[in-house]
Design a protein around this ligand. Sequence first.
Ligand code: ADP
Ligand code: MG
Length: 711
Amino acid sequence: MEPAPPIDLRTPLSKVPGLNKRDIDALALLGIPNVGRLIAHLPLRHESLESESVIASLEPDRLCATRGEISATRVARARGRSPARFEAALEDDSGRLDLVWFNQTYLANRLHPGARVRVQGKTKRRGLGLQMVNPLYEVIPENGGEPALREARVRPIYPLAEGVHQRHIEKALDLVLPAALRLIEDHLPDRYRAERQLPPLAEAYRMIHRPTSDAEVAAAHRRLAYDELLLLQLGVQIRRARLREGLLAPALRADAKVDEHIRRRIPFTLTDAQDRVVKEVATDLSRPTPTNRLIQGDVGSGKTVVAAYAMLMAVASGHQAAMMVPTEILAEQHFDSLSRMLAGSKVTLALLTGATPAAERAATLASLAAGRVDLLVGTHALLTETVRFKSLAVAIIDEQHRFGVHQRARLRAKAEDATSTPHVLVMTATPIPRTLAITIFGDLDVSTIDALPPGRKPVKTSLFGRAQRSLVYEQVKRRLDRGEQAFIVVPAIGEATAGANADEPESGATTAHTLTQELSRPESPLAGFTLATLHGRLPHAERERIMDAYRAGSIHALVATTVIEVGVDIPNATIIAIEDADRFGLAQLHQLRGRVGRGKKPGACMLIADPATQDAAERLNALTSTTDGFKLAETDFLLRGPGDLFGARQSGTMPLKVADLARDLDLLSLARHDAAAWIKRSPTLSSPSEALLVRRLKLAFGEQIDLADVG
Ligand code: ADP
Ligand code: MG
């Protein structure tokens, strides 16, 4: 027989001596064809196994492990409040330990007197002796020879697939790991690594697969997560540098005169936070490279004025600006408030939504292309092919979390002239924690409006059971009596019907109508007030009429679906009641609550729900305990993980396998900083010593990030 060729990382598993066809097929199910991929198949978690000691030296209230022979067993049926249980006595030469498993009487068929077993669990004092409740157990095979007493160890638990077992992975690793580890090259220089107290890569893989302690697991995780985050940040930052390099944007005038002109139009004094962000934006826009900035600020922090400022900078330099928002209601609102702000000026505005009549639309498009319209406000309708600008310099996306990630690129592409790219600002009320934003939107600069306009009082939030609904409407009545206004929100129930706009789920329309009727009855606390129902299925003109009447104060309470969720700004509305609040997500509830407390009068948010799940209860509690959107976003993120953030709306952006953003935030900022420094030192990563790093970068993120020409 020929000697087996030496193993390398590309060796297919079929060439590894000692693996049989079953092992190979099982691993193939996990997508593991070769040695390298096997090493890269990381454990999901690690389980600690305690070291064994003899029964006599076990202490109470400790997690410990021991072995012995089962000397007696007993099944106790459930009786009264005590559940069924299986009991066994375990003995060794030194003493006896009682074992008990609740609700697992089937163990009587597995653990017979005479069997030798290892057990691990927490000990409790019971009478004179000790007892272990629901221990993990392992039967020691007869005639397999007595295995050695186990040292404390940490056992990796691998992700599996149907028909694949831990032992398949463990066996394969046993066969290849020692040889494979010697072949793993490090892409980080020794000194660089040492400065950050990261273990060598091969050592990290050894420790993740064969840890001797929890500390080793932690060190291995730190290295592998750092690598992943560093590669991601390198990729994102290189792409960003490249995007900016080739492209030109109009450098807008940002002198004192322009600033003064714009500020004269703003009906209030900017807060320090707004002022700082406006300056950051103005500096960006005055440069000949396209701006890409995320402006985050909690609901009500005053983002709109920053958008208006940027748009007017475009006009001051003879260019155009556009603002895209997620709902028609919001588009109309922004259009109205910009119109008021610019009344009497020469600036021309247009509104473009799906509801714009064809003739008007055609006229608007012609004016835009000819440069007769300076500012355009609209919905997704802005993205259609036929919308052309003469000279688009500033594009704004409001409530960016409601849009997909690609809209930004499409809006940017609206500039007619390939040599001129618009500056882009995206605004969000942060359901995205800052650190996460950095990762997803690694190609964005971030500005934060971290204070509310003066005079705001935090919205008081309270939770009521359904039985207490009438109390809620009593409170609403009191506000209406004082001349203030109310929002009453109902969830959309069931599936949105086919053809309905996905952003305005309308199955709540009926519920909203029913509730309006209920609240208008003579016995209702709200009897005598003017109520109206608002939902996305109303004809456009009707909706506009209702919003106008509400804004003017002739409608006192608006019973609405989530069409009012984002952006709607009616400072005289001071109370919001949310029916079936447990059906909304945390971010959504926070947005809804943000509809009130936007003026000087204190706001109130009344949640009506009998939460049925733990999760819903936690969401509602989080909401009542803070009004800080950033904190809520972090909570939401910890409760749900990043999954939803990367769902349909931000699809295809979650590339991390090892790093856990909820846990590895410090590593993320280290990696971000290190990546920036690295690129500064070596902008193209083309030195031969970086070849391995580049190869791994492309392997890991080549598809998500276009990196074809790096290195
Ligand atoms: P959001 O950040 O939620 O988009 P808006 O821009 O709609 O917030 O502003 C919320 C409300 O606060 C609006 O009524 C707006 O006119 C008002 N506002 C914004 N900035 C200030 C300020 N500096 N002083 C007083 N009121 C302000
Ligand atoms: Mg807004």
